[in-house]
Write a protein of this length. Structure first.
Length: 129
């Protein structure tokens, strides 16, 4: 089992089987957010598909790649699901910096501290465009 798989299996309140993500962690699109939904980390694959640099993304919310395909309430519902300690899985249409669109199959996993506060969200995505 790879290090990332062990981390997710040990620290998430709702451990998942990596097979459920339908993606290889070595080449997945990865984004970490704090408990409020602000981006704290993205990997090179995220930058490549979104056409934003890490510097442009860090500190932003997912609004930076908002496509307009879903109502904004859709994203709030996802955040509320995560705050309740449940993983979220689905497909999303996002907008890259150059205005192009791309689709990703996503699983978002919430992480909590010892006081049950949402501290981090890890999003693993696979390009399905």
């Amino acid at each position: 089992m790879k290090q990332a798989e062990r981390f997710i299996a040990k620290t998430s309140r709702n451990p998942i089987k990596i097979e459920e993500t339908k993606t290889n962690l070595d080449d997945c699109i990865l984004c970490k957010m704090d408990g409020t939904g602000r981006i704290t980390y993205v990997n090179e694959e995220f930058c490549s598909i979104s056409k934003f640099t890490k510097t442009e993304l860090i500190g932003q919310t997912y609004d930076i790649i908002y496509s307009g395909y879903y109502p904004r309430s859709y994203y709030q519902d996802i955040l509320e699901t995560l705050k309740r300690g449940k993983n979220w899985k689905g497909q999303m249409k996002n907008k890259a910096k150059d205005g192009s669109y791309y689709w990703v199959d996503t699983i978002a996993i919430p992480f909590f501290d010892e006081n049950n506060h949402l501290t981090e969200i890890v999003s693993l995505e696979h390009n399905i465009t």
